[in-house]
Design a protein around this ligand. Structure first.
Ligand code: UD1
Ligand code: UDP
Length: 377
């Protein structure tokens, strides 16, 4: 029986990585038409993921501009999506996480009275400005959502605390684990992007991009890295730098050409996942890395004051260290010098899923469409 049409909307690198398993799983269901729309709020970094997972977008709004701000992405996505939704008239729109694309797509669907399914629902810090604007993007998206796919019990609890109806929430695990497990290979060989890096050193994998850290905080972080390479001759910093010029300019100004600090272009997900696996420890302000690294047994120092992902902090493999230079230096030094402290954090734990999240999500989407057809008579 034909069940209907679903439109999957995303726009950035992490959304693409986490939605790829859902798209793949949906495409297996012959009774559903799957339409993929990308806002391309990111361009190269999005295309890298689409290539790897062999996903072809049916619609590409091609929004990205070098100097984009929250207003231009929001209005561009809203107007672009209006046209696509009017043309395709999907029965359901699926969004992911907490980006501006996420909020704009849920709002566009709401304006068209199309139900929204939210993947990675219910993450909260309860601090409107941290992370900014993601905390409000996901909270507002939650109000517009019919089907909430919460990755963990904690995220389910967060939704219940906001009076979300219990029967609209499913705990599925995080689809990032699906993506990670399908990407990691035992016999992977690093390619030419790693030429010049001595992979036998203890590798500190670094990524930064958060808006809250732009400016002085980012300088503090990079200063701590400079002090660490100076103090520990056996380490190397590997830092695939986000394409955002606000991040890139400071990273290049402070770190380029320094011994044992390797600034790379954003890596394809496959080499990046294996780099995480090869790293000694990870220093990051990313959301996704806080979910992936614990699964690989890598300690993570998080360059933020708050996290919406408390599960791995509780389990002891992730630690919030903020952006103070001294604190980053001391916490990293502890892990580099004290094997007991390192072993305590370097335990593989998997609070974020078993690699079957996308299957659970698609099963519920199928039920939803089935019941909907029944209700329409
Ligand atoms: C966005 C999301 C953030 C998510 C992050 C993942 C919002 C407001 N922010 O932040 O939630 O955690 O993506 O990385 O939705 N750029 C390129 N090429 C690319 C990608 C970005 O050149 O492929 C540059 C452009 O100059 C662009 C800038 O990066 O203007 C910023 O991109 P934007 O999506 O606005 O913000 P992010 O910091 O990437
Ligand atoms: N990632 C990648 N290449 C890189 C850096 C990160 O593929 O060079 C992946 C990483 O494994 C994770 C996601 O991108 O799945 C995280 O993206 P980002 O940190 O930009 O966003 P956030 O997770 O903070 O929203």
């Amino acid at each position: 029986m034909y069940l209907g049409k679903v439109m999957v909307v995303f726009g950035t690198r992490p959304e693409a990585i986490k939605m790829a398993p859902v798209v793949k799983e949906l495409q297996k269901v012959t009774d559903i038409t799957t339409v993929v729309t990308v806002t391309a709020q990111h361009r190269e970094m999005l295309d890298q993921v689409l290539r790897l997972f062999e996903i072809k977008a049916d619609y590409d709004l091609n929004l990205m501009e070098t100097q984009q701000d929250l207003f231009s992405i929001t209005t561009g996505a809203l107007t672009g999506l209006k046209e696509v939704l009017e043309k395709e008239k999907p029965d359901l729109v699926i969004v992911h996480g907490d980006t501006t694309t996420t909020l704009a797509a849920s709002l566009a669907a709401f304006y068209m009275r199309i139900p929204v399914a939210h993947v990675e629902a219910g993450l909260r810090t309860r601090n409107k400005y941290s992370p900014f604007p993601e905390e409000m993007n996901r909270t507002l998206t939650g109000r517009l959502t019919e089907l909430h796919f919460a990755p963990t019990d904690t995220s389910r609890e967060n939704l219940l605390a906001e009076a979300t109806a219990e029967f609209k929430i499913w705990v599925t695990g995080n689809t990032v684990i699906d993506a990670l497990l399908s990407t990691i290979k035992k016999d992977y060989q690093f390619g030419e992007e790693f030429a010049g890096i001595d992979m036998s050193r203890r590798l500190l994998l670094v990524t930064t991009h958060r808006r809250e850290n732009w400016g002085e905080r980012m300088r503090e972080i990079y200063q701590a890295l400079l002090e660490l390479v100076e103090e520990f001759p056996d380490i190397a910093v590997v830092f695939p730098v986000h394409k955002n010029p606000i991040v890139r300019n400071v990273a290049e100004e402070m770190l380029s050409g320094k011994p044992r600090i390797h600034l790379l272009e954003p890596l394809d997900y496959e080499p990046f996942a294996h780099l995480m696996n090869a790293a000694y420890l990870i220093i990051t302000d990313s959301g996704g890395l806080q979910e992936e690294a614990p699964a690989l047994g890598k300690p993570v120092l998080v360059l933020r004051d708050t996290t919406e992902r408390p599960e791995a902090v509780t389990a002891g493999t992730v630690k919030l260290v903020g952006t103070n230079r001294r604190r980053i230096y001391e916490e990293t030094k502890k892990l580099l010098s004290d094997p007991r402290e390192y072993d305590r954090m370097a335990r593989a734990i998997n609070p974020y899923g078993d690699g079957k999240a996308a299957r659970r999500i698609v099963r519920e989407l199928v039920s939803f469409l089935y019941v909907r057809i029944g209700a329409q008579g």
